[in-house]
Design a binder for this molecule. Structure first.
Ligand code: MG
Length: 161
């Protein structure tokens, strides 16, 4: 059954707080506010890991890397991606593509989209044309629209290594 493609979905929300570093898809933004979290709070990478882990039939990110474990405090989320990729490889699988949406009022993503794509491609061992990231505002609706939080949604396709 390992020769059939597998799809996975990951969703992650982080509150935004003034003075926090702002990491998005492994890229640091100069912003007044950043995602609150036990790790660096990179919602795109968390959702991407959960999408990949889900497609591989593995435990979710919160189970593998508990936010109660001191070792994960302020940890770069790139570490979670590397660990996720090792687990995927162990299962005889690889990531074939990723599509990401980040809903947030800040920071504005457009000017750095290619940097974020390159970062995701590097972390998930993909050519750049097999990973995408789109920014959406919250249209002034709900907590995201008010700039209180950001939400990442990622779909991952996996296949045999
Ligand atoms: Mg998270």
């Amino acid at each position: 059954m390992n020769d059939l493609p597998r799809i996975g979905l990951g969703i992650d929300v982080h509150r935004l707080a003034p003075g926090r570093p702002c990491m998005v898809a492994g890229v640091r933004f100069d912003a007044d506010a950043g995602p609150l979290g036990h790790s660096d709070g990179d919602a795109v990478l968390h959702a991407a890991c959960d999408a990949v882990l889900g497609a591989a039939g593995l435990d979710d990110l919160g189970t593998l890397f508990s936010d109660r474990d001191a070792i994960n405090k302020d940890r770069p989320s790139a570490d979670f991606c590397r660990a996720t990729m090792l687990l995927v490889k162990d299962r005889g699988l690889r990531v074939l593509s990723l599509d990401c949406v980040l809903e947030t009022e800040t920071p504005k993503l457009k000017a750095r989209r290619s940097e974020m794509r390159a970062s995701l491609a590097n972390l998930f061992a993909l050519p750049v044309d097999r990973v995408n990231i789109k920014g959406k505002t919250g249209e002034k609706v709900d907590a995201i629209g008010r700039g209180e939080a950001m939400r990442a949604t990622v779909v991952a396709l996996l296949g045999p290594a």
